[in-house]
Every structure is written in C-alpha cells, then in structure tokens.
Write a protein that binds this ligand. Sequence first.
Ligand code: UGA
Length: 437
Amino acid sequence: MRISVIGCGYLGAVHAACMAKLGHEVVGIDVDERKIAELSAARAPFFEPGLEDLLREVQETGRLSFTTDLAAAEGSAVHFICVGTPQKKGENAADLTYVDSATFGLLPYLSPGDLIVGKSTVPVGTATRLSNLIQAQEPDAHLVWNPEFLREGHAVSDTLHPDRFVYGVANGSEEHPAVAILDEVYSTSLALGTPRLVTDHPTAELVKTAANSFLATKISFINAMAELCEAAGADVTRLADAIGMDDRIGRKFLNAGIGFGGGCLPKDIRAFMARAGELGADQALTFLREVDAINMRRRTRMVELSRELCDGSLMGKRITVLGAAFKPESDDVRDSPALSIAAQLQLQGAIVTVTDPKALANAARRFPELHYEPDTDKAAERADAVLLLTEWKEYQNLDPYEFAHIVSSLRILDGRNVLDATKWRAAGWTYRGLGRP
Ligand code: UGA
C-alpha cells in the first residue's frame, strides 16, 4: 500500500521505517529539514535501538523516502498522523497545534476513499472534531484513531509486534470501511495473532490516556510505598517482589525510584485531568493530581538524601550523576527526573558532573549550565558522592571495588534501586537506595 507518515519524531520515524519493513511504500514527512536530511541518509536523528539498521535495510528496497513537502502525501491511500502533542506552556492541557496543522495541511491532497489515521496521543473529542473537518472537505475520506503504545527504547519491536491494535472509527462498527483498509496495512501482525479492537473515536482516544494513567499510577503507588518503607525501615524492592507475585498485581512497572518522566506519562496525565475538567468530570481524575505529586516528591527526596549523604551540606560538594536520559536505551531527556535532580543539586551549591552513554547532547541543549563528561570514570573522578539516576546496564554492572579507586568518597545513592546493596557495602561504600533500609 502507499502510505504517508506525517511527523518523523520518536513515533513517526519508527512507524515509517516499520511500515516499509512490512512491505508498504512509505513517504515520511516532517517540517524539520535536519531530521529529513538525516533520515534520507538512513541515519536515525535520535537514539533508538535497531532503528538505524532498519532504516538502512528498508532504504535499500526503495520503499522508503523522506521529504519536507506535504504535497508528497498525495497519492497515498493511508496517511498516519504522528506529530507531537506536548504540554501547553503554562497550562496542563495538551497543545494540539501540530495535530491540527498536519490535518489541515493534508486536506488539499486527499482523494476519495483515503484513510487518515491518528496515532498521536490526543484529548478525547479531538478525533470527532477532526473527522468533521475532513468530511467537509472530502466526504469519502475517513478518520481512524489508532493510538500507539510503543515504548521508547523498544520502539521497533513494539511497532512490529504490538500487544494489540485499537481502531477508533466514527460509528464504532466492525463494518466501517476503514477497518478493512487498516487490516490490510497491519496484515502481517494480524496474521501472527495480534488482537485488534474496533471501537468508536472517544473510546479509542481514552484507551491511550487511560493506559498511560494506569502505568503512572502503578509507579506512583510503589513510590508511595517507598515513602512508607523509609518511615518504617522496610524494603520496597522486596515488597514489590512479593506483591508482584500476585497475578492480579504483576511485578512490571513496580520499580520504585526517582519516578517517571519522558515526553508521555507526565504530560499525558496532566492533559487528561485538564480534559476531564472541560467535560465536567474532573472529580474522576483528582487522584491523578496525587499521582503527579508523589512522582515530583521523589525528585525532592533525592536531593534531600544527597544532602544527608554529603554530611548535611551540598555546598561545594562534587557530585557525579550517572544517567541523563529519562530511561535507559533512549537519548530522550524530556522531563527527565535525572536531569531535573542534577539541576536542583547544582542550584543548591553542588558541583555536578553528568554522564550518560547517549543523551549528553540533548541534555546539554536543555541544561547548558551543567557540566557533562561522556567517560564514566572521568566523570566520577574525585566525586564526593555518586548518584545512579538512569539504570543503563553499564552503570548496573559497575564494579564497586574498581570504582572505589576513582572517587574521593565512597558514597553512592541508587535512585533506581538496581544495585546490589550488600555487594557495594562489602566494598566499603555507604550505599543508600530509595525506600530501602
Ligand atoms: C510510555 C508508555 O509505557 C507507552 O506504552 C506509551 O506508548 C508511551 O508512553 C507514549 O505515550 O507514547 P515511554 O514514555 O517510552 O512509554 O516510557 P516507559 O517505559 O513507560 O517509562 C516511563 C517512565 O517511568 C520512565 O522515566 C521510567 O524510568 C519510569 N518507570 C518505569 C519507573 O520509574 N518505574 C517502573 O517500574 C517503570
């Protein structure tokens, strides 16, 4: 099939490459010339495991091209909208500027029978509004809301082998003509047994925000337990292991630490609350305010613990921060708890050096006032305290004996609870985790 993908960020670039891998003829479109130049040269404009290899592989087939010209969408049967919906400045609500402009921009290039497929995370009600606009221009075109559930760091495999497909169509019916077209797009995954649910526009939009809210709640739940564990002298990681053995609870997303960040969970729960307020249902989501508050408290707690570890004062203390990305296997620093903690420590008088295998360039753009060092050992030289804030494998595998020769003082704060406390203590370190004795 001929497919266009509008927006080539973390979502769209991967989606375009994966659609080409599935055998479709794909054009990726973005307003960012630098991004398009990189992608056209089969280079990933950001770090995502497996993406560059995939780009090279599909580029050779001639089925994938990139351009800044929206007119290139003409002739495609299916148009995916993959642009960002960031938090509005100074507000909780989502900024729909990019979704709106991508949709308006597409209108002149639509043909009868075309399918517009929204993948971006949007406030409920957006799809119906856009659908009406599209129908006014091209009555035979259809809009489907088909939310994307990929995780950064696993984006390629999540796109090629998703847990489920959700199709939100105007009448919510399996018989809607859009269903068969989208089934053809995803035929490979469907043949492998990936379940798909057909529903209406608002339900499809809500599935995505509900899923992210649930994940955020799960993380904040265990972080609230971590607060209690600290007060009671208990160990939150053992507690998570034990409650996670109950199938109904499950162990995934129960890792206590410095909390969630990134370009999705934090802004999605806020936009959800804002939208619920507009719909007069704000009471239903007041708990998400607490989820957000618990999450933000983890960052403050980490700064307090760092001060405690540094004998009560951060002034002039050399602190090494391991990790800048919001999670491992990504170079994304949007709302990264690690960077936000690093910046706080610096503001409170510490001399902070941040290291990360992939995210330093992005981090330096966002927080130019921090000091960055790509080499872990160099970053840790003469440190008064080391903070592990993003659980990259290489930090989890650090040898506490060898690392002891590099730093000034053997103090480590494990913001992700991934180190073996016994091993580090045996090597002479003062080890502190979050919610652990
Ligand atoms: C999240 C969802 O997991 C995806 O399903 C969704 O498609 C995506 O948002 C989106 O809306 O586009 P992502 O932001 O890539 O994906 O990252 P997650 O794996 O969800 O992690 C989010 C944050 O939670 C990270 O900062 C991570 O370190 C933190 N986290 C995760 C914890 O603190 N504890 C955990 O147990 C798990």
